[in-house]
Design a protein around this ligand. Structure first.
Ligand code: NAD
Length: 258
């Protein structure tokens, strides 16, 4: 088998949270294009259903939609149970759902802080540990978490301390789980995208007006496309990355290099 064949995900099963649109939809499509069956888990079930139908038709793989608020422990447990039941197993998952709340720290309410930490960090703990428990007792697996370049730098000009802190914590959670589970065949890695053109940026009334300013700061002079994150996730989910765990992959067009 050559390296490209080894990178394929034929026979593998996995789920993506926040997979109804944006980055998660693109990684779900990449997993299916590589041969995997995929569950798209999202709190927007209708959009998840539409994404699943579109990807299933394009790839011929089994792609299902599951409604799930990733901040709710019982919903995450039910989602993982349903993914395993419907797909037959669980080899990989992408904990990707996230939000960005922009507010100056001295004006941010505690409720806003807690909401951002709940959706971006606590949900990753729930997703990783619930999926991880299954993988630990079923021969291993690969977990991918979406962090951000905001884990590495403080973005400007927008104030987003809760987002930045949540994403930095995702990377240290990733490393902690990778170390705890290294001998048991469960690998845990994260991706740290730079600015990507999705609803989170393009449709945000606070962030969209800043895009020209970000592009002026970006070595490539542009936003990334969500499609540009698919191949790294296919690599991490598959069997050519078996020595890769506890790593964070920055995909930012060199934004954080200076
Ligand atoms: P998006 O807003 O386009 O999509 C996010 C998806 O997550 C949506 O489908 C939404 O319904 C879902 N979601 C939100 N809260 C949820 C919850 N509680 N339970 C279940 N689903 C929920 O965003 P995106 O740009 O695709 O971002 C995906 C991930 O990538 C996020 O973690 C984000 O922080 C991260 N990220 C984005 C960028 C960027 O510039 N777009 C950069 C770095 C990291």
């Amino acid at each position: 088998m050559n390296i490209i064949e080894k990178m394929r995900l034929d026979g593998k099963k996995g789920f993506v949270t926040g997979g109804a649109r944006g980055i998660g939809k693109c990684t779900a499509a990449a997993f299916a294009e590589a041969g995997a069956d995929v569950a798209i888990a999202d709190m927007d079930l209708e959009e998840a259903k539409a994404a699943a139908k579109e990807i299933a038709e394009a790839t011929g793989r089994k792609v299902i939609a599951i409604g799930c608020d990733v901040t709710d422990e019982s919903q995450v447990q039910s989602m993982v149970d349903e993914a395993v039941r419907e797909l037959g197993d669980l080899d990989f998952c992408h904990a990707n759902a996230g939000i960005c709340i922009n507010a100056p720290a001295d004006e941010m309410t505690y409720a806003q802080w807690k909401k951002n930490i709940d959706v971006n960090l606590n949900s990753v703990f729930l997703t990783d540990t619930i999926a991880g428990r299954y993988m630990l007792s079923h021969g291993g697996g690969s977990i991918i978490n979406t962090a951000s370049m905001s884990a590495h730098i403080v973005n400007v000009p927008q104030p987003q301390c809760a987002y930045n802190a949540s994403k930095a914590a995702v990377i240290q959670l990733t490393k902690s789980l990778a170390v705890e589970w290294a001998k048991q065949g469960v690998r845990v890695n994260s991706i740290s995208p730079g600015y990507i053109g999705t609803d989170l940026t393009l449709s945000s009334p606070t962030l969209q007006p800043l895009i020209a300013q970000w592009n002026a700061m970006a070595p490539m002079g542009r936003l990334g496309k969500p499609e540009e994150l698919g191949s790294i996730c296919v690599y991490l989910a598959g069997d050519t990355s078996t020595f890769t765990t506890g790593s964070d992959f920055i995909l930012d067009g060199a934004f954080t290099c200076f």
